[in-house]
Design a protein around this ligand. Structure first.
Ligand SMILES: Cc1cc2nc3c(=O)[nH]c(=O)nc-3n(C[C@H](O)[C@H](O)[C@H](O)COP(=O)(O)OP(=O)(O)OC[C@H]3O[C@@H](n4cnc5c(N)ncnc54)[C@H](O)[C@@H]3O)c2cc1C
Length: 442
């Protein structure tokens, strides 16, 4: 089942040419299209399904700097600045509210890790507050658990995944971009070793630059053009409840369960850090690169053979540009939710907050999180193929950092001074393994 999502209109006519074609209208692609259009560039934004239909509407809605991999923190900080003004700038509500985020725990190891992170993050002017047991209790009124402590990041917030992606895409259109849904990019148009456009299922668009922002499908697109891009999908389950008493106005992470207050008065609930790693042909190709991450997170991952194996983004399907591509065969990647995780989430909520016992599930869904070996995205020119840029691999963090990631991609394409140092996000590290450190906190 898909989560709620605000529908938006498509533009009727496919342009013959654009300055930039953006493949994929999730957070990465829509934010880049918006930033590019603001620079005055003519943009065509394509999605094989609908704007925001995959991860971007399926996420928890946390917009956080807290616990970021430090290489990603500058991008997260810029994003939080942009989120603060975005709804007003767009004239459309993204649902962003600077409510702060709270993490509480009963586990000494969590607290030690959070204290260490908070110290290191001071170098980035990030001032989260470590909570004593008494402070954690005071920040979670109604909870019956005696927390060991926690951490509070007041400058973080939450937004509504059902609204934000479509609002940003509409913002791009207000600035002159065209939006084409149910319009898969079958592949790149390449001439004399350079990208000169995109072949879509509805025709060709000439362009001087193409941004590949296809989420979990980006590696498949790259494979079609003999380009390497290590990506692995982790299937995750979320659900939201009917309206319920307010126990937090932002996001609250507890051991095994996280909740985020919604504009409709319910909670979006997720099982922290847990997921199903789908065994897939693509997974085998990149197994060596992902082995360190897998070892680190093994206790939280279950292995399974999912749809990806046969016809999803991680299959090794081949196609030609004049025939139906795998992107058209699966307009929306909609993995089934895991009923056991939903039961576990409801049970944890009831134990931690008696006032939330017996809540009804309003909707549940699955989502495939696309990850990179080092847990941070690739936002970069693709050096082996001039004219091609990529923004993908957000590893479960791309909603919150989407606005600045979009700005960075746009800066790189336009040749403008980048919003943050782009070095950590370079594509080359994916192919030569340079600086592929262990992933930071997830
Ligand atoms: C359960 C869950 C919880 C999460 N919680 C959070 C959170 O709280 N905070 C946070 O910051 N992040 C979170 N994330 C991660 C976040 O949702 C993603 O990192 C982010 O949405 C990725 O955006 P994207 O644009 O890269 O990918 P997507 O949103 O997946 O968009 C990619 C788009 O590309 C399209 N596409 C693919 N191939 C083609 C093609 N060939 N032609 C045309 N279109 C194509 C797809 O249809 C899709 O719409 C969560 C993710 C999940 C699944």
């Amino acid at each position: 089942m898909s989560p709620p999502l605000k529908p938006i209109e498509s533009d009727e006519r496919l342009p013959e040419a654009a300055d930039v074609v953006v493949i994929g209208a999730g957070m990465a692609g829509s934010s880049a299209a918006y930033a590019l259009a603001k620079k005055g560039l003519q943009v065509a934004l394509l999605d094989k399904g609908v704007v925001g239909g995959e991860q971007t509407s399926r996420n928890w809605g946390w917009c956080r700097q807290q616990h970021r991999d430090l290489r990603e923190l500058p991008l997260a900080q810029k994003s939080l600045q942009i989120w603060g003004e975005l709804s007003q700038e767009l004239g459309l509500d993204t649902g962003f509210r600077r409510t702060g985020l709270v993490y509480v725990t009963t586990r000494p190891a969590d607290l030690a890790q959070w204290e260490a992170w908070t110290l290191r993050a001071r170098d980035y002017q990030m001032h989260s507050h470590i909570l004593s047991a008494a402070e954690a209790k005071a920040m979670t009124p109604g909870s019956t658990v005696d927390w060991l402590g926690g951490v509070h990041s007041p400058s973080d917030g939450r937004a509504e995944p059902a609204l934000a992606g479509p609002a940003i895409a509409e913002g791009a259109r207000q600035k002159g971009a065209t939006i084409h849904q149910n319009c898969a990019a079958r592949g790149l148009d390449i001439a004399a070793g350079k990208v000169v456009g995109v072949i879509t299922e509805k025709g060709r668009i000439r362009a001087r630059a193409v941004l590949a922002a296809g989420g979990a499908w980006t590696s498949m697109l790259f494979r079609h053009h003999a380009l390497s891009l290590p990506q692995a999908g982790v299937r995750s389950t979320s659900f939201f409840t009917e309206a319920a008493p307010q126990v937090t106005e932002g996001g609250l992470s507890m051991p095994d369960v996280t909740i985020r207050r919604r504009l409709d008065g319910g909670y979006t609930v997720g099982a922290s850090g847990r997921g199903v790693l789908e065994l897939s042909p693509q997974g085998l190709i990149y197994a060596r690169q992902f082995w360190p991450t897998f070892r680190k997170r093994r206790s939280l991952l279950r292995l399974s053979i999912g749809r990806s194996f046969f016809d999803g983004p991680e299959s090794l399907t081949r196609w030609t540009l004049d025939g139906i591509s795998p992107f058209e065969r699966m307009r929306t990647l909609d993995p089934p939710p895991d009923a056991a995780q939903i039961r576990m989430g409801l049970a944890r909520l009831a134990v931690n907050y008696p006032a939330l016992a017996g809540l009804k599930v309003a909707a549940s869904w699955g989502g495939l999180i696309d990850s990179t070996p080092d847990g941070i995205p690739v936002i970069s020119a693709v050096d082996p193929l001039p004219g091609l840029y990529v923004s993908t691999g957000f590893t479960g963090h791309g909603f919150g950092i989407g606005p600045a990631a979009g700005q960075l991609a746009a800066d790189l394409i336009a040749g403008d001074p980048p919003i943050v140092d782009p070095e950590p996000y370079r594509y080359s590290r994916m192919i030569d393994g340079s600086d592929l450190g262990e992933p930071g906190m997830m």
